[in-house]
Design a protein around this ligand. Structure first.
Ligand code: NAP
Length: 454
């Protein structure tokens, strides 16, 4: 049997496990830092996108395959080392994602009131590492910097009322903060033009369908240069996005309590304020011949009490793997980790830590399959791991005081999140606190027999 450890239970890791289970002679342990599986499907997808979140059902099927074992609440790099993994597995496949935000690198970026969108997303998604009281939502004007789908998610979440989100699984503390929200104006700021925005049309269109907010677009900012016109002609997504934006620009506001302003050709140069954000200083841009944003020197100030930087995710170095700091990825060739440009037998990567933070959830399927193809092509030449007992790693972790959350533990968490005592009239409410997640799991995981079910 080939024994493979997959690190990370987001879509890339689980799709990799799924591709491995297509082969009879492979056993897979999916090792996850958090007590809960599914990565950004649980902790990144907006709560009002239940259809996307339901991808977790397909991922769950893979994690329940007899050849797959889920080991949650285990942090590689802290509780077990890469060396430990090599002792227990013939191959190690890292799919640990890109977990932190990219920076704007402008003065004032770290003032209170200026946050990364990744922090805001983690908070409303009930991530156990996100402090419950991080967001109070007392800003009347919020500026969201960036023109990608995450910017749309956070702008929409700021614009929605608590009542609109009551039927989702957002934690109660998020509903409470949304109920007290004083938001009136939300600005989505793109440094380039509408033809260069990274929005997908379905997500963009949703902004215009909110019960609580009007969307405002300045028609002058939708004017296109020749290169952008060319893009519109050849890229159906860009064309559809422009249709949506033009329709909004032609639509008078209806007096809804909140307004989302989608603005183009503005880049932040400074976050202003003494003890808290009070405004954002912006420079008007134009496109250079390469299609990049270049400053025009024309400045303006947007009064805002909250800034959310939504300019993309960034990978972090993993365990003892090599890391390309510039690209935020582990250097690799078709998923094989490269050390000094040379593939390392038995070490692989998939997902955002392999290719960078791009694409939709489904993109990870193809990506993971490519990595698994490389792994299986190498398999016969891989030196076997010295420790062959599948339970040895679990015992090692127990000896280090780690409470492993198994699949049964996760099922117990799911039951606890739907317990009427906890949900008080809602269908399901996420448990955000790590201690409570572990207590919910612990009853199911109290015996090592359940951990070592193979
Ligand atoms: P993204 O799509 O890469 O967008 C990042 C945005 O930030 C771009 O508009 C970029 O502008 C802008 N930006 C970068 N640096 C900047 C700076 N210094 N100043 C101002 N603007 C700057 O990233 P994302 O929104 O975080 O999304 C990550 C991935 O997750 C994407 O593939 C996205 O589609 C996916 N996602 C999908 C969904 C969904 O399908 N519902 C939801 C959320 C996320 P430039 O283009 O000019 O660099």
């Amino acid at each position: 049997m080939l024994r493979v450890a997959v690190i990370g239970s987001g879509p890339a890791g689980v799709y990799a496990a799924g591709a491995l289970t297509e082969h009879d002679d492979v056993l897979v342990d999916v090792i996850e830092r958090l007590p809960c599986p599914f990565g950004l499907v649980r902790y990144g997808v907006a709560p009002d996108h239940p259809k996307i979140a339901s991808i977790s059902l397909a991922l769950a099927k893979i994690l329940q395959h007899p050849a797959v074992r889920f080991l949650g609440n285990v942090e590689v790099g802290a509780q077990i080392t890469l060396e430990d993994l090599h002792r227990h597995y013939d191959a190690v496949l890292f799919a640990s994602g890109a977990s932190i935000d990219r920076r704007l690198a402008i003065p004032g970026e770290d003032l209170p009131g200026s946050f990364s969108a990744t922090d805001f997303v983690a908070w409303y998604a009930g991530h156990p590492d996100a402090p419950v009281n991080r967001f109070t939502l007392d800003a009347r004007t919020a500026a969201v910097v960036g023109a990608g789908n995450v910017a749309l998610d956070v702008a929409r979440m700021l614009a929605k009322s608590a009542d609109e989100l009551r039927s989702t699984d957002v934690p109660d503390h998020v509903l409470r903060a949304l109920r007290a929200s004083r938001a009136e104006d939300i600005y989505v700021l793109a440094r380039r033009g509408p033809a260069q925005a990274k929005f997908t049309t379905k997500e963009l269109r949703e902004l215009g369908e909110l019960a609580n907010a009007d969307v405002l677009v300045d028609p002058a900012e939708l004017e296109l240069d020749d290169a952008s016109r060319e893009k519109v002609a050849h890229d159906p997504v860009v064309r559809r996005n422009l249709d949506v934006l033009r329709a909004w620009a032609a639509r008078p506001p209806t007096g809804r309590p909140r307004r989302i302003h989608v603005r183009f050709f503005l880049r932040p140069v400074e976050v202003l304020g003494d003890v808290h954000v009070t405004a954002l200083r912006l420079e008007r841009t134009r496109l250079d011949p390469g299609g990049n944003a270049t400053g025009t020197g024309e400045m303006c100030t947007l009064d805002a009490q909250m800034v959310l930087r939504s300019v993309g995710y960034r990978g972090l170095p993993v365990a003892d793997l090599p890391f390309d700091v510039q690209a935020g990825v582990v250097p690799n060739a078709a998923g094989r980790v490269l050390r000094g440009g040379v593939p390392v037998p038995g070490e692989y990567v998939a997902g955002w830590i392999k290719r960078g933070p791009t694409g939709v959830i489904g993109s990870n399927k193809r990506d993971a399959r490519e990595t698994v193809t490389s792994l299986l092509a190498d398999a016969s030449a891989l030196p076997p791991a010295p420790v062959r007992d599948p339970d040895a790693l679990v015992h090692l972790l127990a000896g280090r005081g780690v409470s492993v959350v198994t699949w049964q533990g996760w099922c117990a968490i799911e039951l606890a999140e739907a317990d009427p005592w906890w949900t008080r009239g809602r269908d399901r409410v996420k448990i955000a606190d790590r201690g409570s997640l572990l207590s919910a799991a612990v009853a199911a995981d109290s015996t090592t027999e359940q951990v070592t079910r193979r």
